[in-house]
Design a protein around this ligand. Structure first.
Ligand SMILES: [Zn+2]
Length: 141
């Protein structure tokens, strides 16, 4: 079973995500700024800036997947700024896309989980996404 606290496993997952980004014409810069400062993506240049300075390094893969999602879904500044509700919707669409990337990674590597909660735990999925997972796992049975 995958264990992200194992550095090698975490690096393999990050490598998978960054390869996916590269294959889709997305560039990235890894930076070490303030502790837990947010990462960001820039649709005009298809670039993401990822802050690797995290209190929990296990959260890094999901952060990368979330920023890739914004660029894959072609979100723009306007999607966030037009209204607070649109901002939330845009972020939850990115979360949904990020979750699908992780599920795909599990499929490729034959990782199976008994419950969505176990999956969430293993991949350090933020709690704000739990309702999405609940719905998703209900759908696939
Ligand atoms: Zn976001």
């Amino acid at each position: 079973m995958i264990d992200l606290s194992n550095k090698r496993n975490r690096e393999r997952l990050i490598e998978y995500l960054l390869n996916f980004a590269f294959e889709n014409g997305i560039g990235f810069i890894m930076v070490k700024v303030g502790l837990d400062d947010p990462s960001a993506s820039y649709p005009d240049t298809r670039m993401m800036v990822i802050n690797t300075n995290l209190s929990d390094p296990n959260e890094l893969p999901f952060i990368i997947a979330h920023e890739i999602a914004h660029l894959m879904l072609k979100h723009s500044r306007l999607d966030f700024d037009s209204s607070p509700i649109n901002g939330l919707r845009t972020d939850s669409n990115a979360d949904r896309y990020a979750l699908k990337m992780f599920l795909e990674y599990c499929k490729i590597n034959d990782f199976c989980f008994d419950t969505w909660f176990k999956f969430a735990e293993v991949f350090c999925i933020p709690k704000r996404c739990y309702y999405l997972l609940e719905n998703y796992f209900r759908m696939v049975g």
